[in-house]
Design a binder for this molecule. Structure first.
Ligand code: AP5
Length: 248
């Protein structure tokens, strides 16, 4: 089954609207993916999205899409957000929540969602919970991917990204069919600016500081599913699906 969705409304915000017809699964999935930079959240989100038909909603992808726009088209808040991201720092809650407010239709979609990179702080988690509660919805689960730091560095240092469709590759573990070219749109693959060693170190620290309260909050609510992220992406995905199948 491949139910890839149109993500332009999420990536670019209003006035763009979603062009894909929401699928109406008997049980739509509303999942949050957590885990340190480079653990494979984006990779797993793409698998989960293709399987469940729920949109892959990544806040990092929003900022990277905005970076490709002319700087005159970037609001001051977005301009500042991109500067934070390039250095590996977290974007402020205020800016993130403003960006999310513009995209609440994606969070209300009857097809569900796979959130990747949001929420990242306890304040963002509370805002998400308030929005879902207002609509009578709730998260199904929060998946926390775990991997030792030395393996994260290997994954990040070999990452390549398609600037057009945002597909993620790795030079050894997930190489494109043609070296340096996206399998889907043939665009030349790039290295992320925040994958430079200095920015990676800042990102790891930012993750450690922000994740503890977030993990505590979701653990208290009984929503946290821990997944070992060792092994091939397909193995991690199989572990995720198995864990979700027996979850609640
Ligand atoms: P974001 O884009 O969310 O980045 P991140 O959380 O740092 O996570 P990454 O995208 O680096 O890694 P990933 O876990 O998705 O791994 P991937 O699948 O690519 O955020 C970027 C920045 O935006 C933040 O630093 C911050 O500045 C800002 N931001 C975003 N949201 C924010 C928010 N809510 N609040 C504040 N600031 C925010 O995999 C990594 C590599 O490994 C790839 O090459 C992949 O091919 C490979 N790989 C994946 N799985 C495997 C496997 N099983 N085996 C071998 N290789 C694998």
């Amino acid at each position: 089954m491949n139910l890839q969705r149109d993500r332009s409304a999420w990536l670019h915000g209003p006035p763009l609207v979603c062009q894909s017809q929401p699928v109406h699964p008997t049980h739509c999935r509303r999942l949050v993916l957590l885990g340190p930079p480079g653990v494979g959240k984006g990779t797993q989100a793409a698998f989960l999205s293709a399987t469940y038909g729920a949109c892959h909603l990544s806040t990092g992808d929003i900022f990277r899409a905005a970076r490709q726009c002319a700087s005159t088209d970037q609001s001051p808040a977005l301009h500042e957000a991109i500067a934070h991201m390039n250095e590996g720092r977290l974007v402020t809650d205020e800016t993130v929540l403003e960006i999310i407010r513009e995209r609440t239709t994606c969070l209300s979609c009857r097809g569900g969602f796979i959130l990747d990179g949001f929420p990242r702080t306890a304040l963002q988690a509370e805002a998400l919970e308030a929005h879902l509660g207002y609509e009578g919805n709730a998260l199904d689960a929060v998946i926390n991917y775990e991997l030792p730091v030395d393996e994260l560095i290997v994954r990040i240092s070999g990452r390549r990204l398609c600037p057009d469709c945002k597909a993620v590759y790795h030079v050894t573990s997930r190489p494109p069919r043609e070296e340096g070219r996206c399998n889907t749109c043939a665009a030349a693959l790039i290295t992320r600016e925040d994958d430079q060693p200095d920015a990676v170190a800042v990102r790891q620290r930012a993750y450690l500081e922000s994740s503890a309260p977030l993990l505590d909050l979701y653990a208290e609510r009984g929503m946290l599913v821990h997944i070992d992220a060792h092994g091939l992406p397909e193995d991690v995905f199989a572990r995720t699906i198995t864990a979700l199948a027996v979850w609640h």
